[in-house]
Design a protein around this ligand. Structure first.
Ligand SMILES: [Zn+2]
Length: 244
């Protein structure tokens, strides 16, 4: 089967045995460029693309908005913490127009928030702790998206089948309860529609998991924190948002 995230098509059979070495990992094949066509400056080196991208940002944005960037030199006070997928097609700063300094952001496969666990999820836990306890963000938002490869992988996984990747399956299993709910309540729905439902249910599981972090639970209880779910459908150009 073929799944896709982070701008790569990953050709993999999720039912095949776990590879024994790095060289045996699933083959990665570059997608045809989509809106990365903007980067398709013929002959331009990849590093030059980054340099010219910054030059354009510096001229068009940074130099023209000192009122935005000057205060940020002293510190940040973002209102939002955003969890979004690593997928190259759904950068929340671009799609939601979030300005530098507005959103403390974590991106990972399928925009998952795992439950509180000091041994397994220190990266996510530390980001949430810093955002809530130090930066005092007001809103925690988790944003799923259409055609999410991580969600498709979660829905495709068969019970008891060995993992094919070192990390991917274990990570997306965070959304297992959402998968169970979708398969129970929408058993006869076509696979692609189940994926769409799961993209949103997985957000709800992540919002629920956020409440396992003590400072989040406390903030929600005393009204200083709000939990918000979102879904960006880039096929139809629709953004949905809901409060928990
Ligand atoms: Zn995704």
């Amino acid at each position: 089967m073929s799944t896709c995230f982070a701008g790569l098509s990953i050709v993999a059979s999720l039912g095949t045995p776990k590879p024994s070495s790095a060289s045996a990992r699933p083959r990665l094949i570059r997608n045809a460029p989509v809106f990365a066509a903007a980067t398709a400056v013929v002959g331009m080196d990849a590093v030059e693309r980054l340099k010219s991208g910054f030059d354009k940002f510096k001229t068009d944005v940074y130099d023209k908005k000192p009122e935005l960037f000057e205060p940020l030199k002293e510190g940040q006070a973002p209102r939002y913490m955003v969890f979004a997928c690593s997928d190259s097609r759904c950068c929340p700063s671009v799609t939601l127009g979030l300005q530098p300094g507005e959103a403390f952001t974590v991106r990972n496969i399928a925009a998952m928030v795992p439950p509180y666990d000091k041994t397994k999820y220190t990266g996510i836990g530390s980001a949430i702790e810093y955002a809530v306890c130090a930066l005092k963000v007001e809103v925690l938002t988790v944003i799923g998206h259409s055609r999410c490869g991580g969600i498709k992988a979660l829905l495709s996984m068969k019970d008891g089948a060995p993992d094919n990747f070192h990390f991917v399956e274990d990570w997306v299993r965070i959304g297992f309860l959402a998968k169970k709910k979708v398969l129970t309540n929408h058993a006869s729905v076509p696979f692609d529609d189940q994926c769409t439902l799961l993209e949103k249910e997985a957000v709800n599981v992540s919002l629920y998991n956020l409440l396992t972090y003590p400072w989040v639970k406390e903030g929600v209880a005393n009204g200083t924190l709000k939990l918000v779910g979102g879904h960006y459908d880039f096929v139809n150009g629709v953004f949905s948002v809901w409060e928990k």
